[in-house]
Design a binder for this molecule. Structure first.
Ligand SMILES: Cc1cc2nc3c(=O)[nH]c(=O)nc-3n(C[C@H](O)[C@H](O)[C@H](O)COP(=O)(O)OP(=O)(O)OC[C@H]3O[C@@H](n4cnc5c(N)ncnc54)[C@H](O)[C@@H]3O)c2cc1C
Length: 302
């Protein structure tokens, strides 16, 4: 498949495509509904020497108020949905939602991904940031993935390729694109899986903002465990002790039920959010000598 610049939309607002509900337009925009279309869009950007950005579910981003230069490719690929019942392996296109994997595994009575219930975004975005919750992350279930390399080749790479770490992968430093991924599930009981999913969704509802409020999930990464402990220290509790819940800037505010969520009260700009994040980082550094680092990604000039 070949694409020309004429097949791209121009000046498309991104604020409706990101969960923070803010940010300016994409200079050029393309909705890739198949893997071939996604490959063609990236090839076009590379051929034209245009900067490009791959947008998944837009749930981990703060997009610049002035928008993004070059081409934004929205990954809506859904071509691959394959289940190998015998080996309990599920292969999916990267544009499908992570929630699709959770629900499909539940329907099939396969366990291992219930912990991801309620995490917004695409399969590709989840691999990029090694998304996870409740003690499990994508790295625990990914077998391998089909990846577009910067040289234009497409290869199947094993889990180890991604060098997964806490909310981190090799994709954060090298511009590889995940096209599809294969996951290993375990035998499970449908009712038990459903009960676990319902429990997790309820817990998330009790502490996260409702979906109509703009945010991008936990703003900062959790901290390394204290000596002698196994679990990471919640950035939210350190922020709360630093008085974060009373802090706001412009239209951006810290969520009153969870100090590690910055929310958009409706009129927040990306620079409001970044300004508030800097205030929070400085306060935590001053009070506790701890340097927080962002889990969300700033995209464009903010
Ligand atoms: C209410 C709420 C709750 C959340 N809870 C959690 C949670 O519990 N745990 C957690 O880990 N996260 C959580 N998040 C953050 C977010 O959902 C995850 O980071 C998610 O995996 C991002 O996926 P996405 O498709 O939205 O990525 P996007 O935000 O669209 O993009 C993020 C990055 O991934 C890159 N990317 C996207 N697709 C691909 C691909 N196919 N190949 C290569 N790179 C790609 C993008 O280019 C970008 O750099 C939450 C967010 C919200 C709004």
């Amino acid at each position: 498949m070949n694409l020309s610049i004429d097949s791209l939309k121009r000046n498309v607002p991104l604020k409706n495509l990101v969960t923070f509900k803010l940010g300016g337009p994409a200079e050029y925009f393309y909705e890739a509904t198949s893997t071939d279309a996604l490959l063609a869009a990236i090839a076009l950007a590379r051929h034209e020497g245009m900067p490009w950005f791959l947008l998944g579910g837009g749930s981990n981003l703060v997009v610049a108020d002035e928008g993004l230069e070059g081409l934004v490719v929205h990954n809506l690929t859904t071509d691959l949905k394959r289940v190998d019942h015998e080996s309990r392996q599920i292969s999916l296109s990267s544009g499908l939602e992570l929630e699709f994997l959770v629900e499909l595994a539940h329907q099939l009575g396969m366990s291992g991904v219930e912990s991801f219930a309620g995490i917004p975004g695409s399969i590709g975005g989840a691999i990029y940031g090694n998304a996870g919750a409740y003690g499990r992350s994508i790295a625990d279930v990914l077998i391998d993935a089909q990846v577009l390399f910067p040289d234009g080749s497409v290869q199947t790479v094993p889990n180890a390729f991604f060098q997964f770490d806490y909310r981190n992968s090799r994709l954060k430093s090298e511009p590889h694109i995940v096209l599809s991924a294969r996951f290993q599930l375990e035998p499970g009981n449908r009712d038990e899986i459903k009960a676990r999913i319902d429990d997790i969704i309820e817990q998330r509802h009790s502490k996260h903002p409702p979906y109509e409020i703009g945010c991008a999930g936990s703003f900062f990464k959790n901290l390394p465990p204290l000596p002698g402990e196994e679990r990471r220290r919640a950035a939210g509790s350190v922020l709360e002790q630093a008085g974060a819940k009373q802090m706001a800037y412009g239209g951006a505010k810290v969520f009153d039920k969870h100090a590690n969520f910055i929310i958009n009260e409706g009129q927040a700009t990306a620079s409001d959010v970044k300004h508030l994040a800097e205030m929070l980082k400085q306060k935590v550094l001053k009070d506790f000598g701890i340097e927080l680092s962002e889990e969300v990604l700033y995209v464009g000039r903010i």
